[in-house]
Ligand binder design. Structure first.
Ligand code: ATP
Length: 398
C-alpha cells in the first residue's frame, strides 16, 4: 500500500466503532498490579461435617468482570457462591468486598444478588410484582419502584407482559423475569447459578449474548456457575476450574483450553487424547517422548522442568490431528491406525482411530464438515494415518 492509499483508508478505519469483542479482549485487570479487585476470597475454607466443600481457596474478582466457575458436581461451586451471597459462613479465611471484610454482613445488606437455577419466582405474583418485590422490601418510594420496574422490563425486553403470571410465560421469558428481579436492586455483583439450565439450546445461545450485553451495559460484575463449557467459554472473561474445593486453574477461556496446566483440566475442558510416554530427549524447546501407543512423539514446549527418563502425559486435542489415507511425507508426528468408529455431529465428524494394534488406544480426530458431500472420505475399518505439528501436543504432568 502506498502512502496515499494509507492516508485515504485511515479516516474510514478511524470511524469504525470498536466491536464489543475487541473491547472485552482488552479487558485484563487481573494482569494489572494497580487494579483493585471487587471481591477477594482469602484462604477461605468451608466444611460440612466430614466434607470440606471449599478448601483454603483464594481468588480475586475485578469490577466489570464476567467470571465463570466450572467443575464436576460436588466440587464446591455453589458453596463458594453461597458464601459470597452470605447464605453460608466460612469456617476459616475472609471474604472482602471493596476491601472490606463482609463475613459478618447479612445477605440482604450485601450489594450482591444471587439468581437461582430454579429462578424462584413467586407463582402467585405478576411479572411486575415479582420484579418489584425486593424494592418494596427495601421500602423504596412507590414512584421509584414503578420507574425501576419499567426500566427493568425494557432492559430484558418484556414490556407489555408485566401483568402476566410466571405460568403464563415461556421458559426464556421466565429466565428474563428472574434476571430483571435480580438486577432491579442494582447490585454491584450478580451471582448466577446455572442461569440457562432450563432453556433449550437455541434460546441459550441468544440469551448468552443478551446477558453479556446487559452486563457490559450496566457495568456489573457477574459470577456464573455452569455445567455448560461452551456457555462459559462464550461469556467469560476468565474461567476457573474447581476440583475438591480448590481452584486448579484460572484464566481466560482460550488459555484454559489451549494451555491447561494439569491432566485434570485438560480432560475436564473439551475433548483430549492422552498418550502416556517417557521423555527421551530435551533439546531447546523440542521434547521427544517415546509413547507405547503412538511411538516417538515430538513436542515444542517450554521444557525447563522436564528431565530425560521422566514419565509424562502428552495431550492432543482431536481438532489438531490431520487424517489421511496415505502416509504423510513431511509430518513431524505421524502414526498409522484403523478407523473403529465415526460419529457424525453435523458441523464436524468425530472419528475414533485405533493406534498401536488391536489392543492399542483409540484416538479421537475431529474433522470439520466443510462441504455438504454425504459420501464421506473415510469409512469404518479404513487404514489411515494421523499426523500433527510439534506445537499441537501438550505436556501434562502426571
Ligand atoms: P453441583 O454442580 O452438583 O451443584 P457444586 O460444585 O455446586 O455441585 P456444592 O453444592 O458446593 O457443589 O457442594 C460441595 C460439597 O459440599 C458436596 O460434597 C456437598 O454434598 C456438600 N454440601 C453442600 N451443602 C451442604 C450442606 N448444607 N450440608 C452438608 N453437605 C453439604
Amino acid at each position: 500500500m502506498n502512502a496515499r492509499d494509507a492516508g485515504a483508508a485511515a479516516p474510514l478505519r478511524a470511524k469504525r466503532k470498536a466491536s464489543p469483542g475487541s473491547v472485552r479482549r482488552a479487558f485484563q485487570p487481573w494482569n494489572d498490579p494497580a487494579a483493585e479487585p471487587l471481591v477477594v476470597f482469602r484462604n477461605v475454607t468451608k466444611r460440612f461435617d466430614m466434607v470440606t466443600a471449599v478448601d483454603n481457596l483464594s481468588l480475586a474478582l475485578y469490577p466489570r468482570e464476567f467470571f465463570a466457575l466450572l467443575g464436576a458436581s460436588g466440587c464446591g461451586k455453589t458453596t463458594l457462591m453461597r458464601m459470597l451471597a452470605g447464605f453460608e459462613q466460612p469456617d476459616a479465611g475472609e471474604i472482602l468486598l471493596d476491601g472490606v471484610d463482609i463475613t459478618a454482613v447479612p445477605p440482604h445488606r450485601r450489594p450482591i444478588n444471587m439468581m437461582f437455577q430454579s429462578y424462584a419466582l413467586f407463582p402467585h405474583l405478576s411479572v411486575g410484582d415479582n420484579i418489584a418485590y425486593g424494592l418494596r422490601r427495601e421500602g423504596l418510594p412507590r414512584e421509584e419502584i414503578t420507574r425501576r420496574v419499567a426500566e427493568m422490563l425494557a432492559l430484558v425486553k418484556l414490556d407489555g407482559l408485566e401483568k402476566r403470571r410466571p405460568d403464563q410465560l415461556s421458559g426464556g421469558q421466565r429466565q428474563r423475569v428472574a434476571l430483571a428481579r435480580s438486577l432491579a436492586k442494582r447490585p454491584k455483583l450478580l451471582l448466577l447459578d446455572e442461569p440457562m439450565a432450563a432453556l433449550d439450546r437455541k434460546l441459550r445461545e441468544s440469551t448468552q449474548f443478551e446477558l453479556m450485553d446487559l452486563q457490559s451495559e450496566l457495568g456489573l460484575t457477574f459470577m456464573v456457575v455452569t455445567h455448560d463449557q461452551d456457555e462459559a467459554m462464550t461469556m467469560a472473561d476468565r474461567m476457573a476450574v474447581m476440583n475438591h474445593g480448590r481452584l486448579v486453574q484460572i484464566g481466560p477461556p482460550d488459555e484454559i483450553y489451549e494451555a491447561p496446566t494439569s491432566r485434570y483440566v485438560a480432560e475436564f475442558v473439551g475433548d483430549i487424547n492422552i498418550l502416556e510416554g517417557r521423555v527421551t530427549s530435551v533439546a531447546g524447546e523440542i521434547v521427544r517422548v517415546e509413547t507405547a501407543m503412538a511411538g516417538a512423539v515430538e513436542l515444542d514446549e517450554e521444557a525447563a522442568s522436564l528431565a530425560t527418563g521422566e514419565t509424562i502425559f502428552v495431550g492432543l486435542r482431536p481438532e489438531k490431528i490431520t487424517l489421511g489415507h496415505d502416509e504423510p511425507a513431511q509430518a513431524a508426528n505421524k502414526v498409522a491406525g484403523e478407523i473403529w468408529d465415526i460419529g457424525y455431529l453435523g458441523d464436524f465428524t468425530m472419528v475414533q482411530v485405533m493406534v498401536g494394534g488391536d489392543d492399542g488406544q483409540l484416538l479421537k480426530v475431529a474433522l470439520a464438515n466443510r462441504t455438504r458431500r454425504i459420501d464421506r472420505p473415510f469409512a469404518w475399518e479404513d487404514r489411515v494415518w494421523l499426523s500433527w505439528d510439534v506445537e499441537a501436543g501438550l505436556v501434562l504432568p502426571p
